[in-house]
Structures are given as structure tokens and as C-alpha cells.
Design a protein around this ligand. Sequence first.
Ligand code: NDP
Ligand code: 13P
Length: 326
Amino acid sequence: MSMRVAVLGGGAWGTALAMQMRRAGNAVALWARDEATVEAIRRRENPAYLPGIEVDAGIEASTDWAATLDGAGCVLAVIPAQSLRGALAKVAGSVPADVPMVLCAKGIEHDSGLLLSQVAAEFLPNNPVAALSGPSFAADLANGLPTAVVIAAREEPMAVRLAQAFSTERFRCYSTGDLVGVEIGGALKNVFAIAAGAVTGAGLGASAQAAMVTRGFVELRRIAQAFGAEPETVMGLSGLGDLLLTCSSAQSRNFAYGLALGRGESLAGRPLAEGVATAGIAATIAGRRGIEAPIISAVAAILAGSITINEAVSALMTRPLRAEAG
Ligand SMILES: NC(=O)C1=CN([C@@H]2O[C@H](COP(=O)(O)OP(=O)(O)OC[C@H]3O[C@@H](n4cnc5c(N)ncnc54)[C@H](OP(=O)(O)O)[C@@H]3O)[C@@H](O)[C@H]2O)C=CC1
Ligand SMILES: O=C(CO)COP(=O)(O)O
């Protein structure tokens, strides 16, 4: 089943997904706010976000969102989490009724604590909302390397249809009805990726790294459970899968941010690291709901400058001893 896919966002992930949508046989229109990005994509490149990669032919790039959205069978929102609200406020009126909005960013809205599906529902109450998440670096996808992701929609047949429309033999899309579980996995793994980078950057060793990621996964599981997510989702591509990827590779911008933090390097002007904005609100949500999430709280406090990495490690290691389960 092919259709016209509208992609909102001309960054690394928006461009890579637009390329994938073409490879899956869909007509693709991409909106970027920046004329230079649009012109670059028309020249089949995006040097600012995917340097050295040839962009696939046939992507209709434009700064005119109404033209991009016209006739779309589905829309991919690939705008950073903290900017999604502003972007939807502008474009929502041009999104055709009943057309699914597929959220591809990974984060929790910092000012409201809302999941991105809740933000989207404010602007598009009549459109089905889905989320696409899982272990997938933009450059890997653009370079045609294989991976698997999951597409979630409360109406599961919609997720199945989207998975069929987006998949190729290099991009395998699973489907689920657990929208909240997929969103929480994608958002929280970024916070632990920052922690993993910081552990590496501070030279704390591979053992500390594995211990931190494992206990981080326990926090992810607790928060997901409190939101009503299914345990299988947390164990899946958007939870464990993306945690494994981004906590182990400096190709992750969140990991790289943590690495710089751990090494005491400057953090100014770095590429997007969604976990920075998500850490604080995730710690607040955990606190409000009485969920034990000491690693998330430590990352939030380090990012806020209220404790050092060494102080955080000491505090985490001297908490009262407890049973592992629970
Ligand atoms: N890169 C990756 O490997 C992956 C990224 N993601 C997720 O996708 C989301 C986007 O990431 P990614 O594309 O990599 O980020 P980039 O930093 O590469 O690009 C961000 C894009 O969003 C645009 N943008 C930023 N703010 C606004 C706004 N207010 N209105 C309209 N456009 C805006 C930027 O435009 P401009 O250039 O004009 O600033 C740019 O085109 C993130 O949530 C990320 O976690 C998910 C999986 C993989
Ligand atoms: O989400 C990603 C891969 O699945 C990309 O991670 P970063 O945003 O940390 O680069």
C-alpha cells in the first residue's frame, strides 16, 4: 500500500525517514522551516544534518507546510520534542481530517509533563496519533543499514497499516497498540544515554556502565508501568532496544553530550540531545507519582548544576541496601 507521506522537519531524522518512505515506495513531501535545508534536499544532500550522505531522489522539499500537507495520507512529525507544540500550532489547520499523525521525536514536554501524543491530541483531536521509535540512528538508516523499529497506535490496525507502508527489507517495522509504552521508552532512554556517556567520560569503568544501564532500565520499567504500559513494550525495541543502542555508542548525541559532561568539556553549541530537557521533567513526574528513580533524579540534578558527577555517584552507591527485584 503506497501513499503520499508528509514529513515535517528537515533535520537528520526527518531527512532519513523521508528517504526511507521513498524506498518503501511512497510519494514523499518534506517541510523544513529553513530555505537552505530545502534547497540542499532538492540538491539531494543535507550537509548540516547528514554530512556526506546522498539524499534519495524524488523528495519534494518545501518551506510551505500547506503544500507539503496537501493530499497526505499520513504525516510524520520529526520536530524536536520541545518544539513540537509550536510547530503543530502552526500547521494543524492544514492537516487533513482523519489523517494519522506519526510522532517520531523522543521526549516528554518539559513545561507540561505531557507525552507528545497528548500534545498532538490538543491540536488534532480528530486525527489518529501514532509513534515510531526504536534503535535507529539517522545516518544508519540513510546509509541503508538494517534496523527494526516499532510503530504504536491505540487503534492497533492503524499501527499495522503504517508498519506495512513504511517497511522494506532494510527497515523492519513492528506494530503495537501500546502507544504510551513506546513513547516512554523512547523518551527515557535519552536520559540514561546521557548518564552512560557521563560514566564513560568520567572514567568510571565498564562495570559501572553496565550496572547503571541495568538499574536505569529498572527505573524505565517502573515509570512505564505507572503510565499503564505493557511489560513487553519496555522489553522491546523502543525500551530495551533503544537503551542498548544509545547507551553504548558515541554516535548517540545524548551519549556524546554525557561524554562531554563527564570529561568536563564545554556543553555549549552541541547538537540536539533530547534527554537534557526530558531529565528534569521525568524526575519531577517520578517524584510526584512516588516512583523511585534515583538515576533520573541524579542526571537532572547534574544537568541543573546542583551536584557533581562524583557527588551523584556517591549518593547512588550509599543508598540503603535493598533486594534487587521490585
Ligand atoms: N537523529 C537520529 O538518529 C534520531 C532522532 N530521533 C528523534 O527525532 C527528533 C528530531 O531529531 P533530529 O532530526 O535528529 O534533530 P536535528 O537536530 O537533526 O534536526 C532538527 C530539525 O527540526 C527543525 N526544527 C527545530 N525546531 C523547530 C521548530 N520550532 N519548528 C520547525 N522545525 C524545527 C530543525 O530546523 P532548523 O535546521 O531550521 O533548526 C531541523 O530541521 C528528536 O526527538 C530525536 O530524538 C529519533 C530517532 C533517531
Ligand atoms: O534515538 C536515537 C537512535 O535510536 C538517536 O539517539 P540520539 O538522539 O542520542 O542521537
